[in-house]
Each structure stands twice: as C-alpha cells, then as structure tokens.
Design a protein around this ligand. Structure first.
Ligand code: AMP
Length: 397
C-alpha cells in the first residue's frame, strides 16, 4: 500500500489529503483555515470522525507542524516514514513546466524564481514543501502546476496588447492559475452534461483567490488570471484587474513605491479593501444580512465582476452549456452564487432553483431552474486527487 500526501497550501489555507494509492481512497483529510488571521481553525477527518481545533496559525510552517503532529496523535500513522511521497500544488510554473515535476534543487530554484509572479502562493508552497521535507527526510516530492491546464490557450487568448518584444524577451503573457481545479471541475461538469461530443463550460473557481475559465471541448480556451494570480475578478484580498494607470497615480499621491502599492493590490484590496470588514466571505455575508452598506457594495461588485467574465466567455465560446461553481465561496456561498447568476440572467436566460441553491452538500449537484437556458452546477473541486495521481505516475509508485 502506497500512501501519498497531497498538499494544497493556498494563500490563507492549507488543505491536505492522505491517499491510499492507486485505490484513491482518502485515509484522512483536512484543512487549516484563516492562516495569518487572528484566529485560525484546524480540521482533520479520519474514519468518519471530525476533529476541529481553534488556534492562531501565524504562518504555513506552524500549520504543517500541527498537521504532522495530529497524524501521529490521532493514530493515523505510527511513524511519519509511512508516508511514501508528497505532492504539492504549485500556482505558478511559468514557461518552465508543461507537466508536473519530481522536485530536485533545480525545480525548487525555479519555483523560488517564479515567486515574483505569484507572491501570495509560490512562497507559501515552498514553506509547506520545506516543512514537509524537513519532517519527512528521504521522501520524494512532486510539484503539480496550476499553469499546465492553461497551456492550450491560443495566442489571441494569452497575449497582452503590449510591445511584442516583452513577450519574446521577458515571456510576458497570460499563464493563468487554478488549472488543476479547472481541469477537474470541467471534467466533472462534462460528465454531468452526459459526456456530449462537444461542450462549452464556464468554471467559476471562487475561493480566497478566484478565477474563471472558458473550457471548450475539455480544453482551456481562456482564463481570467494573467501573468500572475492578481488579474481577473476581485478576490479576498486581491483587486483583480484594475486600470493600469491607477498604480503610478496612487504612488504619486501616497508616496508609496510600486512594490508597496503592489502589496496593497495583493493583500489589502478585494473584499477586504472594499468592505473594510474582512477578506472572508462569511464575514461579508453576515454584515450584508445586517444591511451594512459596504458589505452590500462588496457583494454587488464581486457578483458583477464575475458576471462580466461569464458574459465574455459566453461570447468567446459561442454559447455555454454549463456554468460550474467551485472552491470556498463557489461551493458554500449560496448568496454569492445567487448574486452572480442574477447579474447574468436577463442576457443569458440562466436561472437558479432557489431551493436547490440553498442546499448545503459536499456532492456535485445541479442548482439551475428547470427552465434555465444554461445548466448551473456546484462541483466541489478535487485538486488533491489530481496531485496524488501525478505523484504516483511520475515516481512510478
Ligand atoms: P479557498 O481559497 O477555496 O479555500 O476558499 C476560502 C474562502 O472561501 C474563504 O476565505 C471564505 O471567503 C470562503 N468560504 C469558505 N467557507 C464558506 C462558507 N461556508 N460560506 C461562505 N464562504 C465560505
């Protein structure tokens, strides 16, 4: 029996699943949430039992230590050496990686080099990787890159309207992110559609980071994130795409450097920046329900930016068979799904079934009304199983 740990260290969360391979049975799984916030939450599920601990997790290193300690204390493994391999989700693989890779010094150095392009993610992935490497000496690691699925975009989708030499000299183009999730969710959506020969699917991955992807016949056609995961829709703390002239204007007004302003774009914008309340959709929803004006604005702005991409991708794909919601907000936040679809419904004839939308479940499900012109699904993402599969494939386990 081979045990593979699949790790997904996000900007404010660390998800993990320990797989028995090749059966793909999940031995245990869990989540550390709200990393870097005042109070965090650690949940681990094993043998049908769920345990949660509330404590602060100042950084990802502390979260990994807590997880490994829990594996022993819960009796999930006797020794950490029972874990044969670890696969890690990596947001940015740049032009270096068209497939997952076995980690060596060169691969690690390239991921480090790419931190500039994914400042909230690649550093977190590397902290997670190094903590696991230290705790599990002798175990091999595989990196699975979010950019790989987006390699099928054509030039008209991935180029920027900048001088062409910035592309040839500096490789400035759209790489996208969340590709492993978009691949998994679009595959599931196509299955739910009954495996038609041709398909047009829009995947809305709405988590703390958020991106939309237009998927034509199972292949990525366009995606909302860009050179970095800062582009596209507004997110928990990221602004998404804004007028590029705002940067020099605000640097002049505030006296901040471009790097400091970029930090504001990445860490103090999005839901947090607009609401002044929190980056977490649960806090925004609570304030929205109390009639807080900034929470209402935040929710409406969020829904409208998502709807704009849905509209754009509807045009690019030449129609749409299904819209699939996934990730933290996409899977759990019925009010955000409702607001997003309402923004699209007059133009696209897409409608939710309010009762189905309100159901809480961890199963893939349809939530559209019977007379909706487009099917709408909630599909829990499973980047971890994709990572475990690649880890086993590359290491020949
Ligand atoms: P992710 O990056 O996919 O882990 O998503 C994390 C985000 O999902 C959190 O910051 C929350 O905003 C959101 N989220 C998680 N659970 C819920 C929930 N039950 N209701 C609303 N939003 C949620």
């Amino acid at each position: 029996m081979v045990k593979v740990m699949a790790v997904n260290a996000g900007s404010s969360s660390l998800k993990f699943q320990l797989f028995d391979m090749p059966s793909e049975k999940v031995i245990c799984n869990g989540l550390v949430e709200r990393i870097g916030m005042d109070m965090g939450n650690f949940t681990i599920k094993h043998d049908g039992e769920k345990k949660s601990v509330e404590q602060p997790f100042p950084d990802h290193g502390v979260a990994v230590d807590a997880l490994l300690k829990a594996l022993i204390s819960e009796g999930i493994v006797k020794e950490l050496s029972e874990i044969n391999a670890v696969g890690h989700r990596i947001v940015q693989g740049g032009a270096y990686f068209a497939d997952s890779a076995i980690v060596d010094d060169d691969v690690e150095a390239k991921v480090e080099e790419l931190c500039d392009l994914a400042p909230l993610h690649n550093p977190a992935h590397l902290i997670g990787y190094r903590a696991f490497k230290k705790a599990l000496p002798g175990v091999e690691h595989v990196f699975t890159f979010d950019t790989a699925f987006h390699q099928t975009m054509d030039e008209a989708s991935y180029m920027y309207a900048l001088p062409y030499e910035y592309y040839t000299k500096y490789k400035v183009r759209k790489y996208g992110a969340h590709g492993t999730s978009h691949k998994y969710v679009s595959e599931q959506a196509i299955k739910l559609l009954g495996n038609p020969e041709t398909s047009k699917v829009i995947v809305c991955h709405l988590g703390n980071g958020a991106s939309l992807t237009a998927v034509k016949n199972g292949k990525c056609y366009d995606t909302s994130m860009g050179l970095t995961p800062l582009a596209g829709v507004m997110m928990g703390t990221r602004c998404g795409t804004v007028d590029p002239s705002i940067m020099p204007y605000l640097c002049e007004k505030t006296g901040m450097t471009p790097q400091e302003m970029l930090n504001v774009y990445n860490k103090q914008s999005g839901m947090l920046g607009v609401s002044g309340i929190s980056s977490d959709a649960r806090d925004i929803e609570a304030a929205y329900n109390e009639g807080n004006e900034r929470a209402i604005l935040t929710s409406n702005l969020y829904a409208r930016t998502v709807a704009k991409y849905i509209g754009a991708y509807f045009v690019e794909l030449g129609g749409c068979d299904a819209i699939a919601f996934t990730a933290g907000l996409g899977e759990n936040s019925s009010y955000i799904r409702d607001l997003c679809i309402k923004e699209c419904s007059e133009a696209l004839g897409v409608k939710l079934d309010a009762e189905k939308n309100a159901i809480r479940s961890d199963q893939a499900r349809e939530i559209s009304a019977a007379d909706s012109a487009i099917k709408v699904y909630v599909i829990p993402t499973n980047e971890e199983v994709m990572i475990a599969r690649d880890t086993v494939r590359l290491l020949g386990l």
